[in-house]
Write a protein that binds this ligand. Structure first.
Ligand SMILES: Cc1cc2nc3c(=O)[nH]c(=O)nc-3n(C[C@H](O)[C@H](O)[C@H](O)COP(=O)(O)O)c2cc1C
Length: 192
């Protein structure tokens, strides 16, 4: 049977929204029955019930915190889903926009993963960090990430450890930036 996957997100500048759109389209192509992408602002966590897989995303905000538009949704997950571990048996992963200039790089993704796990969900894949804005490489990476997630929800692929979270170097690999290119950028930055 085709796995039912919900994609939910909050986004301000459009980076996380674009990721959500790519994920939903790629998951559909991979054979999932996809709900969304759903803009989670003003929504209740009950909408997470009844799916085999959940992909939730937001940009990290305010020095390693949830975005203010996602925080009420996280609160409703804690209130409505956590006590009965209502997401038991559900497979999940998180994604979001981030910026290496901040000390808590993409930390909101870990906060989402922790909440999903507390609600009983099994986090089956390392969280996806997209720094600032997509390029062709990150779009292709995101499509593959969605395909792997669908395979993990369907039980065709083993769960992947989601900790440690993606580092800045991992996020460069998502964007297709090589270590040499990163060094060159850093050096150029120092010369400014
Ligand atoms: C006020 C503010 C606080 C931020 N705090 C963080 C942070 O602590 N860690 C991080 O990795 N990125 C942080 N960012 C960067 C955003 O997460 C990043 O720009 C992201 O791509 C925005 O996603 P969006 O286009 O979906 O809104 C912050 C951005 C703003 C404007």
């Amino acid at each position: 049977m085709n796995p039912r996957v919900l994609v939910g997100y909050v986004s301000v500048g459009g980076n996380t929204a674009e990721t959500a759109n790519i994920l939903a389209a790629a998951a559909r192509e991979a054979g999932a029955e996809v709900a969304g992408p759903v803009d989670l602002r003003g929504k209740s966590a009950e909408l997470l019930i009844g799916h085999d897989g959940l992909l939730l995303g937001e940009p990290t905000w305010g020095e390693g915190a949830h975005h203010t538009d996602f925080a009420p949704f996280d609160d409703s997950m804690a209130r409505l889903l956590e006590p009965g571990r209502a997401l038991a048996g559900v497979r999940a992963a998180a994604f979001g926009g981030c910026d290496r200039a901040y000390r808590n790089f993409g930390r909101a993704i870990e906060l989402i993963e922790d909440r999903l796990a507390a609600c009983g969900a099994l986090v089956v894949q390392q969280g996806l960090k997209i720094e600032l804005a997509h390029n062709g490489h990150s779009r292709a990476f995101t499509r593959r990430w969605a395909q792997q997630f669908v395979a993990r929800v369907a039980g065709r692929l083993e769960p992947q450890a989601y900790r440690p979270a993606m580092t800045r170097a991992d996020a460069d690999a998502v964007m297709g930036i090589t270590p040499a290119q990163r060094r060159a950028r850093d050096n150029a930055g120092l010369m400014l």
